[in-house]
Design a protein. Structure first.
Length: 134
């Protein structure tokens, strides 16, 4: 199997009617926490992929198992070079360090959207220090 769906056992009690509302932001922040939990539990390379992503062909050849993390380049944006819609990490200490700092960055910013912004801030901190595939 190339893809495994895992139930989170979380329920969403929020009524989220708009993007970038507090309720929406609370749900978005859960994604990195859940990814970290999955990585700790399975000890397997893991991907965080937004549900609205569309793949036209097999993307598995894009994953470098020798890297710590993989980022999706958004070359058309001068504000955020990488987008948080597609992110993968291997089971390495460096990947956990990156995830922990990404999660921490999200707690520091109070306005939305912040997931991608915090990913890019964390990337700048780790650039040249860990193996990053993009």
């Amino acid at each position: 199997e190339k893809v495994v769906f895992i139930k989170s056992n979380k329920t969403d009690s929020h009524e989220c009617n708009s993007s970038w509302s507090k309720e929406w932001g609370d749900n978005v922040e859960e994604k990195t926490l859940f990814l970290k939990h999955i990585l700790e539990t399975t000890k397997l390379p893991s991907c965080l992929i937004d549900v609205d992503c569309l793949f036209l062909k097999d993307f598995s050849q894009l994953i470098n198992f020798d890297s710590d993390i993989g980022l999706c380049d958004r070359h058309y944006s001068s504000d955020s070079k990488y987008i948080a819609s597609f992110f993968y990490c291997n089971y390495t200490k460096n990947a956990f360090d990156f995830l922990n700092d990404w999660i921490l960055e999200q707690t520091k910013i109070k306005s939305y959207p912040k997931e991608t912004k915090c990913l890019n801030l964390t990337y700048k901190k780790y650039f040249g220090k860990i193996k990053i595939q993009n």
